[in-house]
Design a protein around this ligand. Structure first.
Ligand SMILES: *Cc1c(COP(=O)(O)O)cnc(C)c1O
Length: 397
C-alpha cells in the first residue's frame, strides 16, 4: 500500500518545491534572543521572532523554571483533572485572570488547543459564529469542530460585521470572534466598534490576544486595554509562547461560568497533558514582572515607532501598524524572497511572505520588533534595509 502513497507524497512535495513554497528550517544553536547564532556559525540579529519582550532567555524566568524542576519535578504525566494540577497551575491561572481583569482562566498546552477547545462546548447548531476572515488557523479549526452556523466578514470590516449580525438574528446565541492583532499586517481589531455592535445586536465577543497580549496597550494588557474595554469581552484566548516568555502554553480567560464549563467539556483540556511545572513557574514569575513595571512595553513601543519612522524616511512602504509587527511592502514574491536572503547576508534575519500566506501581489517582509533590540540593533537593521533596498531598486539611490 505505502508504495502507491509514497509516489503521490513525493509528487506533492515536488509540487510544493516547484511553487517555491517549500519551508526549510534554519537551525539555531544559541538561545532565542535579539542576537542569535546559526548552525553555520554566523551571528545575526533576529527580527522575526515573537519574542516581543525579550523574555525568551530572561534570567528570572530561567531561574524560576530551575526552581520548579527541583520542587515539582519534570513532568506531570497526567491531564489536569486526574492528577495533573499543582499549586503552581492554580497560581498561574489566577495571575492571568488578574492581568486581563477577568473572572477565571483555564490553561492549555497551547493557544492552538485553547482555540480548538473553546467553541464546541459552548455553541450548538442553533447558534452562530461571526468570524473575521483573517482569523488564525486555530480559530478556523476550532470553529470547524463545532456545529454552530459560520458567518465570515472581511478583515476588520464593520459594515460587513453588522450585515452578518442582521443576517444571523434567528440564531440562539451569536459569538463574534476576532484576532486582537492580525499577524500579517500588524493591524488591531477595531474592538470599540466590535463591542458596540455586539451590544446593539446582543452577541458575545471572543478575542484572541496571541500577538497583542504583552504588546498592545500602555501596559501590554492587550486590545481590551487599548480600547478601554478591560473585563468587557466574554472570552479572551492567548499564548505563553510569544511575548510571555515564548516557551509553550495557552489559555482561555473570561467569564466564570464559561471557564467552569470548559474545564468539564473542553476536549484538548480533558484529553491532553498538563503543562510542565517549570513552564508554569516561569509563567508566574513573568506575570510578576509584568505587574512590577511596564518598562519593557515602553521600550518595545519606542522601538516600533523608531523603526517605522526611520524606514518611512528611507522611502519604504510600510503597512500602518498598531503592534510590534511591521509589514515592509514589496508586492513581488521573488523580490521579497531575494530581499530577505540579501538581508541575512547583512546579518539581519527576517522572512519574506508571499501568496498563499498573504494575498497575491502583496508580498512583503515582516519585521517583528522586540524590547530586546537596542538602538544599535535598530540602526544596523535600518542601514541594511536601506542598502539592499537601493541595490534592488525598491527605494531611490
Ligand atoms: C500563535 C497564535 C496562536 C497559536 O499559539 P500557540 O500557543 O503557539 O499554539 C493562536 N492564535 C493566534 C492569533 C496566534 O498568533
Amino acid at each position: 500500500m505505502f508504495d502507491r502513497m509514497k509516489t503521490n507524497l513525493q509528487a506533492e512535495i515536488q509540487q510544493i518545491k516547484n511553487a517555491g513554497l517549500f519551508k526549510e528550517e534554519r537551525i539555531l544553536v544559541s538561545p532565542q534572543s535579539a542576537e542569535i547564532t546559526l548552525k553555520n556559525g554566523s551571528k545575526v540579529l533576529n527580527f522575526c521572532a515573537n519574542n516581543y519582550l525579550g523574555l525568551s532567555d530572561h534570567p528570572r524566568l530561567i531561574e524560576a523554571a530551575r526552581k520548579a524542576l527541583k520542587s515539582h519535578g519534570f513532568g506531570m504525566s497526567s491531564v489536569r483533572f486526574i492528577c495533573g494540577t499543582t499549586d503552581l497551575h492554580k497560581i498561574l491561572e489566577q495571575k492571568i485572570s488578574e492581568y486581563f481583569g477577568t473572572d477565571d482562566t483555564i490553561l492549555y498546552a497551547s493557544a492552538f488547543d485553547a482555540n480548538g477547545g473553546v467553541f464546541e462546548p459552548l455553541l450548538s447548531p442553533k447558534d452562530a459564529i461571526i468570524s473575521d476572515s483573517l482569523n488564525h488557523a486555530s480559530i478556523i479549526d476550532g470553529v470547524r469542530l463545532c456545529k454552530a452556523e459560520l458567518y465570515r466578514y472581511a478583515n476588520a470590516n464593520m459594515e460587513q460585521l453588522e450585515e452578518r449580525l442582521i443576517m444571523s438574528q434567528e440564531a440562539n446565541y451569536r459569538m463574534i470572534v476576532t484576532d486582537g492583532v492580525f499577524s500579517m499586517d500588524g493591524n488591531v481589531a477595531p474592538m470599540d466598534e466590535i463591542v458596540r455592535l455586539a451590544d446593539k445586536y446582543d452577541a458575545l465577543v471572543m478575542v484572541d490576544e496571541c500577538h497583542s497580549a504583552g504588546v498592545v496597550g500602555p501596559t501590554g494588557r492587550g486590545v481590551t486595554e487599548l480600547f478601554d474595554l478591560r473585563g468587557k469581552v466574554e472570552i479572551i484566548t492567548g499564548t505563553l509562547g510569544k511575548a510571555f516568555g515564548g516557551a509553550i502554553g495557552g489559555f482561555t480567560t473570561g467569564k466564570k461560568e464559561i471557564i467552569e464549563l470548559l474545564r468539564q467539556r473542553s476536549r484538548p483540556y480533558l484529553f491532553s497533558n498538563s503543562l510542565p511545572p517549570a513552564v508554569v513557574s516561569a509563567g508566574i514569575e513573568m506575570f510578576d514582572m509584568m505587574n512590577e513595571t511596564h518598562e519593557l512595553q515602553d521600550r518595545l513601543h519606542y522601538n516600533t515607532k523608531h523603526f517605522v519612522s526611520q524606514m518611512q524616511a528611507a522611502g519604504f512602504d510600510l503597512k500602518p501598524t498598531k503592534s510590534a509587527i511591521c509589514a515592509v511592502m514589496l508586492y513581488d514574491a521573488v523580490l521579497a524572497k531575494n530581499f530577505a536572503d540579501m538581508l541575512l547576508n547583512e546579518g539581519i534575519y527576517v522572512v519574506g511572505f508571499s501568496f498563499p500566506v498573504v494575498p497575491r501581489g502583496e508580498a512583503r517582509i515582516r519585521v517583528q520588533l522586540s524590547a530586546a533590540h537596542t538602538d544599535a540593533h535598530l540602526e544596523k537593521a535600518i542601514a541594511a534595509f536601506t542598502r539592499v533596498g537601493k541595490k534592488l531598486g525598491v527605494i531611490g539611490v
